[in-house]
Write a protein that binds this ligand. Structure first.
Ligand SMILES: Nc1ncnc2c1ncn2[C@@H]1O[C@H](COP(=O)(O)OP(=O)(O)O)[C@@H](O)[C@H]1O
Ligand SMILES: [Mg+2]
Length: 450
């Protein structure tokens, strides 16, 4: 507001002055030249020639600027004209600018126009700029029903987990002591994301709006929150940088009720503490995480999910493999794979594609070369969906923070899968000593049983 601007449809006085000066200077130069030219060229110094050129160039300047002004979409606020604070212009390149209180800029072709209102509204071919004071107030933006940003469709081969889903729903609806957040935690590939997807499929429509946020890192949470802002108010989100758009989304969440936000694959509590604080007014948060960390410190309840029940594993295998999965062998394979859904899907898809390989063959190879077999995916499946790749994410994280702990885990892998006394793992160099307590608290591989 108050910024002076001119209406670009009118020819610029400065431009005209420059033009007159240029014509005069040319006149003087030609005058000097004609003294050196033969007499027959004397007519060049006639003043009427210069007057003619000057007049034509002024007319041409007027014409060009008038045509430019006509082609542009222009807006202005008539109330403000006297203060000379208003101007509006837009060029044929689909940009537009309008200044002054309540001014409007419109740009674009007939079928693709953008309208921005407010003081100093500007639009160009790349982005619209809405001055912050004119942004929509999050609290005033209505709830927009719908489910957004699902990373993939819920699996149509979903098996088991009925108790987990109803428990989750009950907790998210009522929540102990008003807590409306729940964390689903468990080993990579155990089906946390799938549970959240199935939850959203079954119960999502009951929420005023449901959003899925990839929450692995602080940056991804911020980007996804900015996306959430964009789905509620595209104009506001386009006008703000990512951190501000994320703040806008948090403001929206904290001023509305009845929404559901899924935070998938959270790795640190502090990454989500601000979002959790926004539930005070009444939204629900569903977290998934590999980490067994004190979720209750954020007021979140937690549900631990582990491998599938054997009957569910067998039915998943047969759904993936289609006809021909022999039950007895399928049960043995499910047991070899620890009833881990990711492993069952990987093995089932591989077997479905390689009809010549029987379940018995596959089990034999798995026993002989577990790493090679667990790295092998069916054609068309991304390699990072292999069990080996999924588990490697965890082992890499351990290696980075506690290299010695990885060696302990390697030794422990020779033990039977039953309980191992924690004293055994309190070994190692003084500076890298890691207790069994610490390991089990940090990594989903280990679970303390006593
Ligand atoms: N209960 C289930 N029924 C059928 N498929 C499942 C089930 N749980 C997980 N899956 C499948 O197993 C794979 C791994 O599950 P996912 O949810 O991504 O694991 P996580 O999030 O725990 O790492 C996915 O392809 C998923 O579709
Ligand atoms: Mg997941």
């Amino acid at each position: 507001m108050g910024a002076r601007s001119r209406d670009r449809r009118k020819p610029s006085i400065v431009l005209l002055a420059v033009e007159i000066m240029a014509v005069t200077a040319t006149g003087l130069a030609v005058n000097l030249l004609t003294n050196a030219l033969p007499k027959s060229w004397g007519w060049l110094s006639d003043w009427r020639i210069f007057a003619g050129i000057a007049a034509i160039s002024v007319i041409v300047t007027f014409a060009i600027q008038w045509v430019k002004g006509r082609n542009a979409a222009v807006s202005e606020d008539p109330d403000q004209i006297e203060e000379s604070t208003v101007g509006g212009s837009a060029a044929a390149d689909q940009s537009a600018r309008a200044t002054g209180t309540g001014s409007i800029a419109i740009a674009g072709h007939a079928n693709n126009s953008i309208l921005a209102t407010g003081s100093d509204a500007r639009i160009d071919a790349r982005k619209s700029i809405v001055v912050e004071g004119n942004l929509s107030v999050p609290a005033n933006m209505p709830v927009t029903k719908g489910i957004r940003n699902l990373p993939r469709p819920p699996s149509y081969r979903f098996v088991g987990r009925t108790d987990t889903l109803s428990q989750l729903h009950e907790l998210l609806q009522r929540g102990p002591g008003g807590v409306l957040g729940q964390a689903v935690q468990g080993l990579g590939g155990v089906g946390k994301t799938e549970v959240a997807l199935q939850y959203i499929k079954q119960w999502g429509p009951q929420y005023a709006g449901a959003w899925w946020l990839n929450a692995e890192t602080f940056e991804s949470i911020e980007t996804e929150l900015a996306g959430l802002a964009g789905s509620i108010d595209p104009t506001a989100a386009a006008a703000l940088d990512t951190p501000k758009a994320a703040d806008w989304a948090l403001d929206w969440l904290s001023t509305h009720e009845g929404w559901l936000v899924v935070l998938d694959n959270v790795s640190e509590l502090e990454h989500i503490s601000r979002i959790v604080a926004t539930t005070l007014n009444g939204g629900s948060i569903l977290v998934t995480s590999r980490r067994q960390i004190p979720w209750s410190s954020l007021g979140l309840g937690s549900i631990s999910i582990s491998s599938l029940r054997r009957d569910a594993s067998i039915s998943l295998l047969s759904r993936v493999m289609g006809e021909g999965s022999e039950d007895a062998d399928a049960a043995l394979l499910a047991s070899d794979l620890g009833d881990l859904p990711l492993a069952l899907e990987q093995a089932g898809a591989y077997l479905a594609q390689s009809r010549s390989v029987s379940i018995a063959n596959y089990r034999e190879r798995l026993k002989g070369q577990p790493l090679a077999v667990l790295s092998e995916v069916a054609e068309g499946t991304p390699a990072d969906r292999a069990v080996a790749a999924t588990l490697k994410i965890t082992t890499d994280a351990i290696a980075e923070k506690y290299p010695f702990a990885l060696e302990i885990l390697a030794i422990l892998s020779y033990f039977a899968p039953q309980g191992i006394p924690t004293e055994i793992v309190t070994i190692g160099p003084e500076d890298q000593r890691t207790s069994g307590h610490e390991l089990s608290a940090r990594f989903e591989f280990l679970r303390r049983t006593a």
